[in-house]
Design a protein around this ligand. Structure first.
Ligand code: 6PG
Length: 233
């Protein structure tokens, strides 16, 4: 089984434990390699985790942060994941970290893959940490059910580091890391809040179509342990 799940009474308790786990991994990587890297998700769930991490006592100047996926909007747009990271994570002590955005000057993510891949390579792969979220439709990263590039993004046998996605039922085109890049990370966390999401995850624990519930692609694999942190509220 390639996942482990921890359940918490509240998101506050979850965030305390998850931020400690992340800080320990970052600290160890910095001690061993002189630097550490972390790809984080956007959406509404991670804001409290980011705020807690921002005050962690770490040599943040040795940490590079990027995104698992980005909505193709300007960096000051309320839906921008870069803005979420800037406003919540790259504050306080973590203001010293480097941030590598995925959004380029291109009007669309389709065609911007090479430039984004170059940026990702400049960080140095694999990432030490990837933090995923999940939507109620079973998407994780920007692996959206029904997206025309879903199969491409989920292909394990590929050199592409990122993939442009047009979600059929969510706003904004996106750029997402591909599945092999996510699963190559040293540690992969899934941060889930809400009973409705847990019910989706329980369905995804059963083997089945990755197109129906793309989160299955990070559950049913043998590359890395998926560390699930769950709180009902
Ligand atoms: C994004 C994401 C996405 C997110 C889920 C959960 O940019 O939308 O990175 O994969 O993790 O949609 O989002 P919520 O936390 O808002 O439910």
């Amino acid at each position: 089984m390639a996942w482990d799940s921890k359940t918490f009474d509240s998101n506050d308790a979850l965030v305390a434990a998850l931020s400690n786990a992340i800080a320990t991994i970052l600290r160890n990587s910095i001690e061993q390699n002189g630097h550490a890297s972390m790809a984080v998700s956007g959406g509404s769930t991670p804001a409290s985790l980011f705020a807690r991490l921002a005050v962690a006592d770490l040599p943040w100047q040795r940490v590079t942060v990027t995104l698992v996926d980005e909505r193709w909007v300007e960096a000051d747009h309320p839906d921008s994941n870069a803005k979420l990271v800037q406003d919540n994570l790259l504050q306080d002590k973590a203001a010293a970290a480097s941030f590598v955005p995925l959004k380029t000057e291109d009007a669309e993510p389709f065609g911007a893959e090479n430039e984004v891949a170059q940026r990702l390579r400049s960080i140095g792969l694999p990432f030490d940490i990837v933090i995923l979220g999940m939507g109620a439709d079973g998407h994780t990263a920007s692996f959206f059910p029904g997206a025309t590039t879903l199969a491409q993004a989920l292909t394990m046998d590929q050199d592409s580091l990122c993939c442009a996605v047009r979600p059929p039922a969510a706003p904004h085109d996106r750029m997402t890391l591909t599945l092999p890049v996510i699963l190559a990370a040293g540690h992969v966390f899934l941060h889930i809040v809400g009973d409705d999401k847990w019910q989706v995850l329980e369905r995804a624990f059963e083997k089945g179509s990755h197109e129906e519930l793309p989160v299955r692609a990070v559950l049913h694999q043998e590359k890395v342990l998926l560390d699930i942190y769950y709180a009902a509220e």
